[in-house]
Design a binder for this molecule. Structure first.
Ligand SMILES: [Zn+2]
Ligand SMILES: [Zn+2]
Ligand SMILES: [Zn+2]
Length: 105
């Protein structure tokens, strides 16, 4: 489990509940199921770097390292592609982050 990640999100003032009172994120409505393209951050693997946690792009299935990681490739993927929502890679996790709204969705 990624408790550190959840604590980090709460500490930055982001509502922790996906069904909280914040305005609804419409980006999640456009998502279809995706299959992860890799088991790790390929950008980190090619340079021998480490990551703290992984994110799954829910638009295309790209797997990249989180904002807690040194290289933040998931955020770089968003900046390159405008794919707005990433999730934790663990299938049982419901954690999802919208880069446009900068909060959990
Ligand atoms: Zn959004
Ligand atoms: Zn990476
Ligand atoms: Zn993507």
């Amino acid at each position: 489990m990624n408790h550190e990640m959840r604590i980090h999100a709460m500490a930055s003032g982001v509502p922790s509940s996906p069904n909280g009172s914040a305005p609804r994120c419409g980006h999640v409505d456009a998502l279809a199921p995706v299959t992860p393209r890799s088991r790790g951050c390929t950008a980190c693997e090619t340079r021998g770097a480490r990551w703290t946690a992984l994110r799954l792009c829910l638009t295309c299935g790209w797997v990249a390292c989180s904002d807690d990681s040194p290289h933040r490739h998931a955020r770089a993927h968003y900046q390159e592609t405008d794919h707005p929502v990433a999730a934790a890679v663990e299938p049982e996790s419901t954690w999802r982050w919208c880069y446009v709204h900068e909060r959990l969705v």
